[in-house]
Design a binder for this molecule. Structure first.
Ligand code: ATP
Ligand code: HMH
Length: 290
């Protein structure tokens, strides 16, 4: 690793004061991957392992100022986008990403917290689909988010009809869903299987379906798994991995961080972001550098 010019990754996301999700999870993950991390904060949330008790959105103007400050000075190799609470926030991010060309844009379309609180207003969702999905190299919905996205695809965001329910219940439907989303928006899709009951298989849909099979881990450390996975992917891409390699390494990182038995909080506990990945994972990403 060149210490003078390390890979640089930016997260654009909300703050989680309890440190398990959002900006805090992203920056911890970036440090674990030994990349230089930067953060643009889109919202301040009051939350812990038991739930979200408050949200204060940052204005679109302030998000724009943060993005300009970062992009005009330290250009990131990869950007991870997480919680964007409003249409204004989505507009600000889309405008800046159109202005500055970032090599890797990973979009985690955060809509609802693990505990069930809505984190994105309806108009923001439409704008996200219309403006940000086409700019992303990869979008990483979980199953409920993919179902929401499909409602918009089927009903067409433009004419504002909505399909009342789309349910993804098995792997064939996961493949179909990912394919439809990719066709409609032109971005690769990682459909995460953490919400399936038997296994935790994730599906990467690039040109074709590639499965990342995994046993379910029986534990309550599930707060911030999605945030951590997407920042790990962004970090591995910034280190030179291909998309497929980055997903594989990120999944190993998340699984290991779930498994160490971190016992904090009274609800869905956080991941152990600091588990020692240096030898197991980083050498793998160095070997796969372009
Ligand atoms: N119980 C589990 N055992 C193994 N892997 C899991 C488990 N739960 C989630 N994962 C993995 O964690 C990653 C994140 O998936 P998940 O579906 O939990 O995302 P998410 O719902 O967006 O997360 P978040 O809780 O941050 O909103 C995926 O790789 C998924 O397979
Ligand atoms: C700030 C923030 N972003 C994302 C999530 C989704 O896990 C969360 N709970 N909080």
């Amino acid at each position: 690793m060149n210490r003078k010019n390390p890979p640089v990754v930016l997260t654009i996301a909300g703050s989680d004061c309890s440190g398990g999700a959002g900006i805090q999870a992203d920056l911890k993950t970036m440090s674990a991957f030994d990349v230089y991390g930067m953060s643009v904060i889109t919202a301040v949330t009051a939350q812990n392992t038991c739930g979200v008790t408050g949200v204060q959105n940052v204005t679109g103007e302030m998000i724009r100022l943060q993005l300009e400050a970062v992009m005009s000075d330290i250009m990131p190799d990869a950007v991870k986008i997480g919680m964007l609470a409003t249409a204004d926030a989505v507009e600000a991010v889309a405008d800046i990403l159109e202005k500055y060309h970032v090599e890797h844009v990973i979009l985690d379309p955060v809509m609802v917290s693990t505990s069930g609180r809505s984190l994105l207003e309806a108009e923001g969702k439409e704008q996200m689909l219309r403006r940000l999905f086409p700019l992303a190299e990869l979008v990483t919905p979980n199953i409920p988010e993919a179902e929401e996205i499909l409602k918009a695809v089927d009903g067409s965001v433009e004419n504002k009809q909505t399909v009342s329910s789309v349910q993804i219940t098995d792997q064939t439907m996961m493949e179909k869903a990912a394919q439809v989303i990719r066709q409609k928006y032109g971005c690769n899709v990682l459909l995460k299987g953490g919400h399936m009951t038997q296994v935790a298989d994730d599906l990467l849909y690039q040109i074709q379906a590639v499965w990342f099979p995994a046993q379910r881990i029986d534990c309550t450390n599930t707060h911030g798994t999605g945030c951590t996975l997407s920042s790990a992917i962004a970090s591995a891409l910034a280190r030179g991995c291909s998309l497929k390699e980055a997903v594989g390494i990120a999944k190993v990182y998340v699984r290991s961080a779930m498994s160490t038995g971190l016992d904090l909080g009274h609800g869905n506990g956080p991941l152990d972001h600091n588990w020692s990945i240096s030898s197991a994972v980083l050498s793998q990403s160095d070997q796969s550098s372009r």
